[in-house]
Design a protein around this ligand. Structure first.
Ligand code: GDP
Length: 358
């Protein structure tokens, strides 16, 4: 982590500014030109403020055509996965952000199958990456793997619900989980601290592995170390969201207006919104690395251990026909691609030999 990105901490507190323009400080120039790709999944019971928070985080309306189902529809509903992609640009830095929402989560009377759709979705993205990685066009792979999952915990309970524990246990080896306490404005400071402690105790007692912020190097400057310490202490982040701008003492703020006053989303005294956004932006790259090196590797090795054949490097379209069999056209295509790959390898080997001889 460079010093520049540390200084960005204060600029993150400017309303109307997300802060990912500081990403180039952390990564290679090449990725700056190409833009960044990041996929965030939001999970939690409906009504906890997921969409409001996502829109507040990225200052964009990700769900313009959203229809909220009524209670009867909800009872029948299974989890659907809804991916929306936006390209946002800040000071010339592009971020291709995909947010995967999970409407219907926890809404059914029996939620035992709740995770299946989510697990299937995560695995499908790994599988697609595995297939693309072994294909010919490896340089242009679109990475749709889930890099981070915000798990929303209700502020109205006394800690984690059995559903929360079960979800995190089933998913912690597949995705970076960041626990978030929703609607922080409904609890007093004391109540919030109590709930945070309870949630962390339950996470530990149940052996749940949430995303861990990396340890700072000893040569890191003090300001950055302090920032990381504060972020670690704030987990689970207690957040509130709002898409309404209002004026408080001459300042334009994003807030929620109550009869007794305004809750300011971006005020660190009111909630951990800024901390959550800082964590997301400054650790985006680390979460991508953990996804690739830990979660994807887990998936890959498990798949190999099961003895499944390596994926055929074909295009995503028409790979498997309706009845599940690989079509003749795709088989020929795969053979051709394999042949081409072999030829390229031979060519590379020959070139290497010639260079050595020279
Ligand atoms: P989702 O179903 O989880 O996506 O929830 P929504 O974002 O649609 O929000 C559900 C309701 O909660 C709406 O009426 C929001 O205005 C309200 N809401 C959203 N965020 C907050 C918050 O931080 N605090 C409070 N008190 N209400 C919120």
């Amino acid at each position: 982590m460079s010093n520049e990105s540390v200084k960005s901490f204060s600029s993150l507190e400017t309303p109307g500014y997300v802060g990912f323009a500081n990403l180039p400080n952390q990564v290679h120039r090449k990725s700056v030109k190409k833009g960044f790709e990041f996929t965030l999944m939001v999970v939690g019971e409906s009504g906890l403020g997921k969409s409001t928070l996502v829109n507040s985080l990225f200052l964009t309306d990700l769900y313009p055509e959203r229809i909220v189902p009524d209670a009867i529809e909800k009872g029948k509903q299974t989890v659907k996965l809804d991916a929306s992609t936006v390209e946002i640009e800040e000071r010339g830095v592009k971020l291709r952000l995909t947010v995967v929402d999970t409407p219907g989560y926890g809404d059914a009377i029996d939620n035992t199958d709740c995770f299946k759709a989510i697990i299937r979705y995560i695995d499908e993205q790994f599988e697609r990456f595995l297939r693309d990685e072994s294909g010919l066009n490896r340089r242009n792979i679109v990475d749709n793997r889930i890099h981070c999952c915000f798990y929303f915990i209700s502020p109205f309970g006394h800690g984690l619900k059995p559903l929360d524990i079960e979800f995190m246990k089933q998913l912690h080896n597949k995705v970076n989980i960041i626990p978030v306490i929703a609607k922080a404005d409904v609890l007093t400071k004391k109540e919030m601290q109590r709930l945070k402690n309870k949630v962390m105790d339950e996470i530990r007692d149940n052996g749940i592995k949430i995303y861990q912020l990396p340890e700072c190097d000893s040569d890191e400057d003090e300001e950055y170390k302090e920032q990381v310490r504060q972020l670690k202490q704030a987990v689970p982040f207690a957040v509130c969201g709002s898409n309404t701008m209002m004026e408080v003492k001459g300042r334009k703020v994003r807030g929620r207006l109550y009869p007794w006053g305004v809750v300011e989303v971006e005020n660190p005294e009111h909630c951990d919104f800024i901390k959550l956004r800082t964590m997301l932006i400054t650790h985006m790259q680390d979460m991508q690395e953990v996804t690739h090196e830990v979660h994807y590797e887990n998936y890959r090795s498990e798949r190999l251990a099961k003895g499944a054949p390596p994926p055929t490097p074909t295009s995503k379209r028409n790979t498997i026909s309706e009845n599940g069999s690989i079509s003749e056209k795709d088989r020929i295509l795969a053979e051709k691609e394999a042949e081409l790959k072999k030829m390229q390898e031979m060519l590379a080997a020959m070139q290497k030999k010639i260079q050595q001889q020279q």
